[in-house]
Design a protein around this ligand. Structure first.
Ligand code: FES
Length: 158
């Protein structure tokens, strides 16, 4: 059995193939691959006896799930109203310039994915940037972008 099959079997077993567990199953698969490969979604559909169109529907509904490969680091810039009025647009532009990737894209070296989000509930600290889903950087400015990226990459060098 290939590593991929073993991993999928483990996930299916964990959730006992319950149809109501489709979202957590897709989240676990994404955690393993960094995205949801099409052939894996086909296997989910067959194994769980859920129409493929339904599996794709769920996979495309949630912003945390992705059908395209993401970078090793995930940067989200909040462009909700409160962050927008505090300069989120300039912060986003600086990330795009520095990473050479537009919002919604992954850098060529697959290191960073950049995307926008719409309010993460910390408006008073805006503009807000979230790194790898859990590190919140409040009061972000364009001049803090380079150090932020440097900090992410330097942590790996440690
Ligand atoms: S608008 Fe950005 S955290 Fe609310």
């Amino acid at each position: 059995m290939k590593r991929e099959e073993i991993m999928l079997e483990k996930i299916f077993k964990k959730y006992k193939l319950q149809k109501s567990a489709l979202v957590p199953i897709l989240q676990d698969i994404q955690a393993e691959y960094g995205y949801l490969p099409e052939d894996v979604l086909r296997q989910v559909s067959q194994k769980m006896k859920i129409p493929l169109i339904e599996v794709f529907g769920v996979a495309t509904f949630y912003k945390s799930l992705s059908l395209i490969p993401r970078g090793r680091h995930h940067i989200q810039v909040c462009t909700g109203t409160a962050c927008h009025v505090r300069g989120a647009k300039r912060v986003l532009e600086e990330f795009e310039r520095d990473l050479c990737a537009c919002a919604g894209q992954t850098t060529e070296d697959q290191e960073f994915s950049l995307e926008t989000v719409n309010c993460v509930g910390a408006c008073a600290l805006g503009p807000m940037v979230i790194v790898d889903g859990g590190k919140y950087h409040g009061h972000m400015t364009a001049t803090k972008v380079k150090p932020c990226i440097r900090k992410i990459t330097s942590k790996e060098a440690e």
